[in-house]
Write a protein that binds this ligand. Structure first.
Ligand SMILES: C[S@@+](CC[C@H](N)C(=O)[O-])C[C@H]1O[C@@H](n2cnc3c(N)ncnc32)[C@H](O)[C@@H]1O
Length: 610
């Protein structure tokens, strides 16, 4: 059945779907694309109020900042998706923009006085709200329209590499100024210039750099191009966002603030060691805030983003204690405490995210983590389609199924070569019971840790296995405390994944960090199996933390994991009461995302038809 028919079928099923009508409008928009109408043209029509009727009506029903967010997203949905990924064009929802602005104001940003720049302006997600707030102030102080506009131009700027997006962003700025404040503007009034911020020669110092820069490794070409300019942060592969942070700091006056939404990878990633070191030389870390959810925050990507606020150092040293808060699902803020930020390049540590500490490590379980040996594209001559004498099963990341099973042949979905020639005595052949984990998780995957036990019978049949470089093995030592099957279940659990996420934000998993994950007492996992896993593991953490007095709740059905905040005197709490408190806290979440979800439903419908 074609995608189109599938879509029709889905629409018929969702007859009461409020976005159903939108689908036909979007289909019309798609026809426009085939007629070579550019994304910018459709967005400008939507901004001017003469877009396709139904889409326009839906967009007009949104609050101004959500409307802008929707239009910017529509632009990116119309882009060639490869181009979109290259640009890193995933836009910040309004509640995170507001959070970052409040954070910067809390640390001294004064939008009435300061000069502010967004080097990756996208659809003006930051520029429009800052300009709005500024105009409100200036109007209240009696400034003339002309002075307001010249003030805006002098103190607020953005740069965007994509020409069409820069045009749309400026149109959004103009619509806000005209529509909300009745300001009279020239047709060309703009705050966002088109250009590559990383190549920009503009070195005029500003008071604040704000935004959400593009993310992504720059690849071999990019490394060649940028390594010299960014040599002081280029430990491993350069990442676009670290270059934006580094460059942003250069443009700040002493005491100036940088507030960015960036991936969490810089906090613990080994390849960011030089970056961490250099950043702490140049700036003080004022805040590292976390975002409770990783799905439905940015449209179309699952991203562990964090909000970081840095302050360019003054000449005289100041002693600054960084803070860490959680932007919760209902957009409220919860203070988490003090992150540990060192200036020696070692991983920084976030304060406890409220999860109970189990106190055990992988080594206490009798396992060690090691990365798969074979870099396939460098040793392709050793790969085989069929097994011959002297060949071993080659374990690709694909061999780990999404439900935590091991399936060697699934590697065939990635390549036709799932055997490798290796000398009988090669030290990298794994001959013991083990768990295999994917070294990188796909952004669409819900879990970061994806593990499967390799059955003993498989190892026995082939004498051992060789790992491709995108897997990590957890290998049992002499006396493992639990079986590889149970360890795989544990690694795939929500409880362990949440703890891992609080340590590392990247989609890649390092063997070193696996060794650092906080685990519960292995003795408490004896009766764990696939169906009761979440319950047994959550209980095991609670028991490890509170002591054995914790009473078992009678029903495992509604178990949610207790947190530090809910603890009473050690050992006195029953799991039931901890659970109730925790649930009560959780159930308040959700509302802040409703508006974003609505927008994403809009854009999601749009995407399906493409
Ligand atoms: C993650 S998006 C964020 C956009 C917007 N600030 C927001 O928060 O919604 C990053 C933006 O940076 C732009 N961009 C990518 N590389 C750039 C560069 N070298 N110079 C300027 N802009 C760039 C992309 O086109 C994209 O619009």
């Amino acid at each position: 059945m074609s995608v189109y028919k599938n879509q029709r079928k889905a629409e018929a099923v969702r007859a009461d779907d409020p976005y159903k009508k939108l689908s036909s409008v979007i289909r019309q928009a798609r026809q426009n694309i085939s007629q070579k109408v550019m994304p910018g043209a459709l967005c400008l029509r939507l901004i001017n109020g003469d877009g396709p009727t139904q889409l326009q009506r839906l967009i007009n029903g949104l609050a101004p900042e959500d409307r802008d967010h929707a239009i910017a997203n529509i632009y990116t949905l119309l882009l060639d998706q490869r181009r979109r990924r290259e640009l890193g064009a995933y836009f910040t929802p309004p509640h995170l923009v507001n959070h970052l602005l409040s954070r910067l104001q809390q640390f001294g940003l004064d939008i009435r006085k300061h000069r502010i720049h967004d080097p990756a302006a996208g659809g003006a997600a930051f520029i429009v709200p800052i300009a709005r707030r500024l105009v409100i102030h200036l109007k209240a102080e009696g400034f003339s329209d002309e002075n307001i506009l010249s003030d805006l131009r002098g103190r607020l700027s953005g740069m965007e590499i994509d020409r069409g997006l820069a045009v749309v962003a400026n149109a959004l700025v103009r619509r806000m100024l005209r529509g909300e404040f009745g300001l009279k503007l020239e047709r060309e009034f703009s705050l966002i210039s088109q250009g590559n911020s990383l190549k920009s020669e503009d070195d005029e110092k500003v008071d604040a750099i704000i935004g959400n820069p593009p993310y992504g490794k720059v690849g071999a070409e990019g490394n060649k191009q940028w390594r010299e300019k960014f040599s002081d942060i280029a430990g491993g592969q350069l990442n676009l966002y670290s270059m934006f942070v580094r460059q942003g700091l250069d443009r700040l006056k002493p005491g100036g603030l940088l507030g960015f939404i960036v991936p969490m990878s810089f906090i613990g990633g080994p390849e960011f060691s030089l970056f961490r070191k250099r950043i702490t030389e140049m700036a003080d870390v004022l805040a590292i805030d976390l975002i409770e959810k990783r799905v439905d925050v940015f449209l179309d990507v699952v991203q562990d983003a964090t909000i970081v606020v840095l302050q360019r150092k003054f000449d005289a040293p100041k002693s600054i204690v960084p803070t860490c808060a959680m932007v919760q699902a209902d957009a409220s803020i919860k203070n988490l405490g003090v992150p540990i930020v060192t200036n020696d390049g070692k991983p920084w540590r976030l304060p406890s995210t409220g999860l109970l500490e189990g106190g055990f490590r992988l080594s206490d379980y009798g396992y060690t983590a090691t990365v798969g040996h074979l870099v396939a594209n460098r040793q392709s001559d050793r790969l085989r389609k069929k097994k011959n004498k002297g060949d071993w099963p080659l374990i690709w990341a694909k061999a780990i199924t999404s439900n935590g099973k091991f399936d060697h042949k699934r590697g065939l979905e990635h390549t036709d070569k799932i055997w490798v020639t290796a000398p009988e005595n090669a030290p990298y052949i794994i001959r013991k019971a083990c768990v295999v984990l994917q070294r990188t998780s796909n952004r669409k995957q819900k879990r970061r840790l994806n593990a499967a036990a390799i059955p003993k019978s498989f190892i026995k049949r082939h004498g051992g296995v060789v790992g491709e470089n995108h897997v990590i093995f957890l290998i049992a030592g002499e006396k493992p405390r639990i079986t590889p099957q149970r360890l795989a279940i544990l690694m795939n659990s929500d409880s362990v994944n949440r703890r891992f996420e609080s340590m590392s934000g990247t989609v890649s998993v390092s063997a070193k960090l696996l060794g650092e994950i906080d685990l519960p007492d292995p003795a408490l996992l004896g009766n764990m199996n696939r169906s009761n896993a979440e319950y047994v593991i959550a209980t095991a953490y609670a028991k490890s933390f509170f002591g054995q007095q914790v009473k078992q709740s009678s029903s495992p059905n509604d178990i949610t994991e207790p947190t530090m905040q809910n603890r009473g005197a050690k050992g006195e709490e029953s799991l039931g009461s901890v659970k109730r408190l925790y649930k009560a806290g959780r159930e308040t979440g959700g509302a802040g995302y409703m508006q974003s979800s609505k927008l994403y439903a809009l854009c999601g419908t749009f995407n399906q038809i493409r």
